[in-house]
Design a protein around this ligand. Structure first.
Ligand SMILES: [Zn+2]
Ligand SMILES: [Zn+2]
Length: 251
């Protein structure tokens, strides 16, 4: 499996990061896509990447931090450009009211344009903002990316897939109450599906409320296998191939 969205530099991993990475390996996680909440995190991400060559970096500014975008962010991205596999996470978050919508949109558009220029896929965070997200992706002519931690319906998913996007499921898929999301997942083709943890957030049902970590991705994989009536190994293989294709990984 590949964890297509893991915040491994997070402070809550400080005490046991090495053990956490070993548990991931034992669970069958072969690689990680490391999203970026703010470009100022890039040096720390690179330090970790030097210790683990199966971590692949993305650069961007999260919509909840969009008001912190400065010219320096562009400079940081340029500085790391040869080492990047994606731009993000970017997108729109209308649930958390951390940042004005207009600012979020401007910073999202900026990052769409950077992704296009660098020919990199986009990691899109979208919370309660599916219509506006779709509109911006269309307007900016974006044709490669992932809707990470997807919580929308199948109808929107198909519209994102039409653009060339993948749909990534996190621990949210395993929540007891997530019947609608599981129903949506059933109607989203596996060839367009990825899995992720979004750790340290959103631990799956069996660990709900605790710190999430990459080894818990097995629960997401198993849930997706149950939904599609496939084997765990088949889902692991398909989602791994999809992740490699999207981010052009040579692993
Ligand atoms: Zn996110
Ligand atoms: Zn994230």
């Amino acid at each position: 499996m590949i964890d297509s969205h893991a915040h491994l530099i997070w402070e809550s991993f400080e005490a046991d990061r090495k053990a956490m990475m070993s548990r991931a390996e034992e669970a069958g996680v072969k690689a990680f896509i490391h999203p970026c909440v703010h470009t100022r995190d890039l040096p720390q991400m690179q330090d970790l990447q030097k210790q683990y060559n199966n971590i692949f970096l993305s650069a961007g500014v999260h919509p909840c931090h969009a008001h912190e975008w400065t010219e320096n962010c562009q400079t940081d991205i340029n500085h790391f450009r040869g080492k990047l596999f994606a731009i993000g996470e970017t997108g729109l978050d209308y649930f958390h009211k951390d940042c004005p919508i207009e600012t979020q949109k401007q910073v999202f558009i900026k990052q769409c344009q950077i992704a296009k220029k660098l020919n990199l896929p986009l990691i899109v965070h979208c919370r309660d903002a599916f219509e506006d997200t779709l509109q911006i992706l269309r307007q900016e002519n974006i044709s490669a990316g992932v809707m990470h931690c997807y919580t929308g319906n199948a109808e929107y998913a198909h519209k994102f897939i039409e653009l060339g996007f993948y749909i990534s499921f996190s621990g949210c898929l395993t929540f007891k109450s997530a019947h609608e999301l599981r129903e949506s997942a059933q109607n989203i083709p596996l060839k367009n599906t990825l899995i992720e943890t979004d750790c340290p957030f959103l631990a799956p049902q069996k660990h709900r409320g605790k710190r999430n970590e990459p080894s818990f991705i097995s629960e997401v994989c198993q849930t997706l296998a149950d939904i599609h009536q496939k084997d765990f190994a088949q889902i692991a293989e398909i989602t791994e191939e999809n992740t490699k294709n999207l981010f052009v990984l040579q692993t």
